[in-house]
Design a protein around this ligand. Sequence first.
Ligand SMILES: Cc1cc2nc3c(=O)[nH]c(=O)nc-3n(C[C@H](O)[C@H](O)[C@H](O)COP(=O)(O)OP(=O)(O)OC[C@H]3O[C@@H](n4cnc5c(N)ncnc54)[C@H](O)[C@@H]3O)c2cc1C
Length: 242
Amino acid sequence: MGTVTRIKTKTPSPYQITAIETDTHDTKTFRFELPADSTLDMLPGDFLYVHAMINGKAVKRPYTPSSVPNATGFFDLTVKRYETGVVSKYLHNQHIGDSVLISGPNPGGHWMDGMAKRVGFVAGGTGITPMISIIRWILAQRLDAELFLIYANKTNPDIIFRQEWARAMRDHPNFHCYHVLENPPADWREGTGRITTDSLRQHLPPPGPDTCIFLCGPPPMVDTLEAALKVLGYPEQTIILP
Ligand SMILES: Cc1cc2nc3c(=O)[nH]c(=O)nc-3n(C[C@H](O)[C@H](O)[C@H](O)COP(=O)(O)OP(=O)(O)OC[C@H]3O[C@@H](n4cnc5c(N)ncnc54)[C@H](O)[C@@H]3O)c2cc1C
């Protein structure tokens, strides 16, 4: 196999969109082209900046690639569109063949191989993007780790990568997933409302020397659940915020 070039840029560089997939009613995954023998120089959980000039003003927002970090020839960004959102709307207005200015990767709270044998993931909405990158990586590398995901959304149609979660549970006995919905359908059998201290206790591995917990979602959710995790006995350094 030839040498793989690892790409990292401080200045924004143009990347062309080669595919766009609709994930949910408001979320799309954009595939960006890299040279065939190149990959992003990142660990699972690191993030990029998307740059744009909107109404004469330079803006940038962070996005965590959802693709597996050693992918060559492409990387993916999964982006939820906010009606009043500046950059998310700009991205959703792009088409295949358009180029977008992107810089990075930049280090976020990331996964490093061997850092834990029991890994919890607590995600809300698009907070799932670093998680899927880390989970895809661990499962693809067949690393010795048991994974426990708690994923909160408003409704069933808001669940991003829904089929992949079901498939991962079928194919990988070391992957466990528990969904929590604020407004569940009538026949819903998993969590309802918000993620609570009780659901953390029941669906995450207990605190221990080989355990870490990734937590990502809207800031109020992260603040509340970080405090709840500490009360449950997870040491601060084992709670990772990508
Ligand atoms: C490290 C990091 C990684 C991220 N990765 C991703 C990712 O992979 N995919 C992704 O979709 N987003 C991700 N985000 C969020 C992203 O950076 C932007 O904040 C988001 O796309 C909104 O930007 P905007 O310019 O469209 O909205 P803005 O113009 O910044 O906000 C305008 C309005 O949009 C609404 N809004 C914006 N953000 C939120 C929110 N989080 N919850 C509720 N309402 C909101 C509010 O009404 C707000 O007033 C990440 C954030 C961080 C810090």
